[in-house]
Write a protein that binds this ligand. Structure first.
Ligand SMILES: Cc1ncc(COP(=O)(O)O)c(C=O)c1O
Length: 332
């Protein structure tokens, strides 16, 4: 839990924490989910493991499978960043690129699981996957000295993480380790925001999105499996659901990097972009203690750096060239 200094000042917030969850072994929060699910697959003596992935789960499951000595099958849609695919391949996984959307890749993975007794972590052993994710909520409270923040802001694709956080909080409350209510809010990219649309239309019906277009590739799930439950959680906890544009996401990536020294991927930066929108809309009080989850590393999506960095300069190794360096800083 990193207490924000410069970003919170810019936003005019009393207390903002950035939950750094992108320095896990494969650089996203998915290591939590994959580690519990693959352990369960071993216990159940399944033949192999795998997942349907928008990018981050692929590496997390592949890495755990390699340690467990199990074959691993990863189903991804077209369009996942090549760095994320190479990462998963490095652990020796079998990578299947489905010529279609994430929902179609997920459908293929589910059929494969039924046919071959394979533990697809986010399909037939999904309850254990969720048990792993909820530890993020435990850790937030533990790192605050066993108390709750006022508000947690979470990126949403399938909606599973948001529900897992809520489950973790409810469990801690049941056993008396924490008290108080936490607002749980979710953020999606505008180019794929079926949960946010249902929230805004005040319905429980999640209309699947077919034409997906977003820089936050890891959140590109058109038909979110846990969407209805995420909606209920947001409403029950008096949270909100907001959608943010690609431009707003990139701005948040830049602010996190250049104000806080944290380089995250677009799918993670949505929480900060969403927080800004909530402040504008008046759905976050400046006195609230807010936690933004940062769930994936920018190192896995390096191409986004080109969108906002100042070009490097090339100089000759001579003292005469030194003055050029400061000039660039001034204009840059
Ligand atoms: C970086 C990142 N954050 C958040 C999520 C949201 O996950 P969920 O599908 O549980 O809503 C994902 C999903 O892949 C992700 O990759």
């Amino acid at each position: 839990m990193i207490p924000s200094t410069r970003l919170s000042k810019k936003l005019g917030l009393r207390k903002l924490y950035l939950k750094e969850d992108f320095t896990n072994p494969t650089h996203s929060f998915k290591d939590r989910a994959a580690s519990v699910a693959v352990s369960k697959a071993l216990e159940f003596r399944l033949n192999a493991v795998g997942c349907a992935s928008t990018g981050n789960l692929a590496a997390a499951v592949s890495a755990r499978a390699s340690r467990a000595g199990l074959p691993c099958y990863i189903f991804v849609p077209k369009g996942v960043e090549k760095e994320k695919l190479s990462h998963a391949l490095s652990y020796g996984a079998r990578l299947i690129i489905v010529d279609g959307t994430y929902d179609e890749a997920n459908w293929m993975a589910a059929r494969f699981a039924e046919e071959y007794n394979v533990g697809i972590v986010n399909v037939n052993i999904r309850p254990y996957y969720v048990e792993g994710s909820k530890t993020l909520a435990y850790e937030i409270c533990e790192q605050l000295g066993w108390r709750t923040p006022d508000h947690i802001i979470i990126p949403m694709a399938s909606g599973a993480l948001l529900n897992a956080i809520d489950k973790g909080l409810r469990e801690l409350k049941t056993i008396g380790l924490i008290e108080g209510e936490v607002r749980v809010s979710g953020v999606q990219p505008e180019g794929c925001c079926p949960i946010v649309s249902a929230y805004k239309e005040n319905t429980e019906y999640i209309k699947p999105v077919r034409e997906i277009n977003t820089i936050a590739v890891s959140l590109a799930i058109g038909n979110p499996g846990d969407g209805v439950y995420a909606l209920r959680t947001i409403r029950r906890t008096k949270g909100v659901a907001v959608a943010v544009s690609d431009r707003e996401i990139l701005e948040a990536v830049k602010e996190l990097a250049q104000l806080e020294g944290l380089f995250v991927e677009p799918g993670a930066a949505v929480t900060v972009a969403g927080l800004k929108k909530m402040i504008e809309e008046g759905s976050v009080d400046r006195d609230e203690e807010v936690v933004c989850l940062l769930t994936g590393s920018g190192v896995k999506t390096p191409s986004i750096i080109q969108e906002y960095t100042i070009n490097p300069i090339t100089v000759k190794p001579s003292t005469i060239e030194l003055s050029k360096i400061l000039e660039v800083r001034k204009t840059g």
